[in-house]
Design a protein around this ligand. Structure first.
Ligand SMILES: [Zn+2]
Ligand SMILES: [Zn+2]
Length: 151
C-alpha cells in the first residue's frame, strides 16, 4: 500500500541531477526540504535501535553518514532531540525525516536520496540486539514489480 501510481515513479518526488561532483541529492516527501552532498558518504550502515525504527516507521532504518559541512540543506526543518548528541531534523510540512544532526556528522536516511542506488551498500549494522529475526529471510519473499494488485 504505497499510494503510488501503478507502474510509474511518484511524480511528487522531485529528482535532481547531482552527477557533476560525485555529490548526491535528495529531500523530503513534499519537496520543501532538499539537500545536496559534496561527494560520497563516509559510510553507510543500518540501525536497528527502537528510536530509529519509530522515527522512520521502518523496521530497517538505514543511513548514509557525511561530514556535517558536506551536506547543504535548503528549506525549513524542525528538530526532535532524542539524545544529547542527536537532533533528528524533519520537514514540518510532510513529516519526513531528512537528517540526524550529530554535531560533526549528519546521518541521512538512505530512503530520502533521489537515487539511493548510487550509494554504497550498507557495511555494518548497529543495535543488532534489536534486529528483527525475519530480516534473515527477506530475500525469499514473493516480489511484485510494483503494487500487489498490478497485473
Ligand atoms: Zn516535506
Ligand atoms: Zn538508531
Amino acid at each position: 500500500m504505497t499510494g503510488e501510481t501503478s507502474g510509474s515513479e511518484p511524480t511528487h518526488a522531485r529528482t535532481g541531477s547531482g552527477h557533476t561532483d560525485g555529490g548526491l541529492t535528495g529531500g523530503c516527501l513534499c519537496g520543501a526540504v532538499r539537500y545536496r552532498t559534496a561527494g560520497p558518504p563516509l559510510r553507510v550502515g543500518l540501525c536497528h535501535c527502537s528510536t530509529c525504527k519509530r522515527q522512520g516507521g521502518s523496521p530497517l532504518p538505514s543511513f548514509a553518514v557525511f561530514r556535517a559541512d558536506a551536506v547543504q540543506v535548503t528549506g525549513e526543518t524542525q528538530g526532535f532531540r532524542t539524545s544529547a548528541t542527536i537532533d533528528r531534523r524533519f520537514c514540518p510540512a510532510c513529516g519526513s525525516p531528512v537528517y540526524g544532526d550529530e554535531g560533526e556528522e549528519y546521518a541521512v536516511p538512505v530512503g530520502t536520496f533521489d537515487e539511493p542506488q548510487r550509494l554504497p551498500p550498507p557495511a555494518y549494522e548497529l543495535w543488532a540486539v534489536r534486529r528483527l529475526s525475519w530480516l534473515d529471510d527477506i530475500g525469499a519473499l514473493k516480489r511484485y514489480e510494483h503494487d500487489r494488485n498490478d497485473g
